[in-house]
Design a protein around this ligand. Structure first.
Ligand code: FEO
Length: 406
């Protein structure tokens, strides 16, 4: 059937029927400069099965892509691997339109879908780890992946095509018409995958490690890794698995992330002198003024860093709100293995640097320097002190971590 949106074949029996969100720039606090996709998959088995749906406004795009392959009312089963609204938002409407024989989710997924969609969604059957679903001429296997990244999260595996439907895991926010990873710029894929890991998975890194072990234990012969966001891996799967193994360890590197905001450039000038000292003694400074860097940019840089230095002037006895925002966000992400220090200018009271240091302690950052606090405008002597602090922190980083790869 001719339709406005077309499906793309992923493997012998599977089509991608999701939606591309070219406009998305913010995903509840995560800056998505490259948009995203909501991936859904149609398995053309005897029992035609839809894996996941899409965000509610994209329902018609999903139905259109399905209709390019098969009449949507032919769908027998829907499997919901993850109940978050970017994947289940249109599920009640799709169920009402398609009228499938059955809808499946993990045991926790059944509860989550009821909480999100009662009473518009009908019965959802529970299926989970170790169970299989007969699709007639093939079968679908399941592995619950609790807290990767919600309690309901689950993987589904189609042995016939060697395809793992991994919901959010191994995903990336990247709107692209090139459906496969190998058709896209590898540097963009690596960066957006790291950003996704940093902003979504770092609080659960131990569980991520256990889940990767469980996947290995299943013995599944995975040839295609089809997540719910961004392009699909069909070549060199070891690359993304290796990156996940590396990221979840959060080993320190020689990169020092300097995060700051400023009123009249005093704190900016201090940051620049600190950066000079970091560079002089072998660290790699990354300066992130919050006038132009988002909280999720900062989290991404910290995934592969060794130090976090934060700076703010004092405004009405407080740090600047942009710092408070970023620090609250980072606290939830629980970065690890960082050393750090605070700095900033002030006019008459100067509470901000102390507040910043307390915030670093809250983040479990090892404080290695007393805060540097400058009245109004830094003098040459103040800036030399800033540069020297940068040099000392760089020396620590060089002791802690090998050189960064080129
Ligand atoms: Fe893509 Fe957790 O939703």
């Amino acid at each position: 059937m001719d339709t406005p949106f077309k499906a793309t074949k992923v493997s012998d029996h599977v089509y991608w029927v999701g939606a591309i969100d070219w406009d998305l720039r913010d995903f509840h606090g995560y800056s998505t400069y490259r948009g995203s996709t909501y991936n859904a998959y149609l398995i053309m088995a005897e029992k035609i099965t839809l894996i996941d749906t899409v965000k509610a406004p994209f329902k018609d795009e999903l139905l259109s892509r399905i209709a390019s392959v098969v009449d949507p009312s032919s769908i027998d089963y829907i499997v919901c691997n993850h109940a978050e609204m970017d994947h289940s938002g249109c599920l009640p409407e799709i169920v009402a339109t398609v009228k499938p024989e059955k809808v499946f989710a993990s045991p926790m997924g059944v509860q989550a879908l009821e909480a999100h969609h009662f009473p518009t969604l009908g019965e959802v059957q529970s299926i989970g780890t170790g169970e299989s679903l007969s699709l007639g001429d093939m079968q679908l296997l399941f592995l619950e992946t609790r807290m990767l990244h919600w309690p309901d999260s689950m993987f589904s595996y189609l042995p016939e095509d060697g395809i793992l439907f991994s919901q959010d895991a191994f995903g990336l926010h990247f709107a692209t018409s090139n459906l496969f990873v190998d058709e896209n710029d590898p540097s963009v894929v690596r960066f957006e995958s790291s950003k996704y890991f940093a902003n979504i998975l770092t609080p659960f890194n131990r569980l991520v490690a256990k889940t990767l072990e469980k996947v290995v234990e299943t013995g599944w012969d995975i040839k295609i890794l089809a997540s719910d966001h961004g392009p699909i891996w069909r070549e060199n799967l070891g690359e993304i698995l290796g990156l996940y193994s590396h990221w979840l360890q959060m080993r320190p590197t020689r990169k020092a992330v300097v995060v700051y905001d400023t009123m009249w450039k005093s704190t900016t000038t201090m940051a620049r002198a600190i950066a000079d000292g970091l560079q002089q003694n072998g660290a790699v400074p990354v300066l992130m003024p919050l006038s132009g860097s988002t909280r999720s940019d900062v989290a991404t840089e910290l995934l592969e860093a060794g130090a976090l230095l934060i700076g703010s002037p004092t405004l009405n006895n407080q740090m600047l709100p942009s710092l408070a925002d970023t620090l609250t966000y980072l606290k939830g992400l629980k970065p690890k293995n960082l050393i750090g220090a605070a700095f900033g200018s002030y006019g008459w009271s100067g509470e901000a640097t102390g507040q910043l240091e307390e915030a670093l302690k809250d983040l479990k950052v090892e404080i290695v320097e007393d805060p540097i606090k400058v009245k109004y405008v830094p003098t040459n002597a103040d800036l030399i002190a800033c540069r020297q602090m940068g040099e000392r922190i760089a020396t620590r980083l060089v002791e802690l971590a090998p050189p960064l790869a080129p």
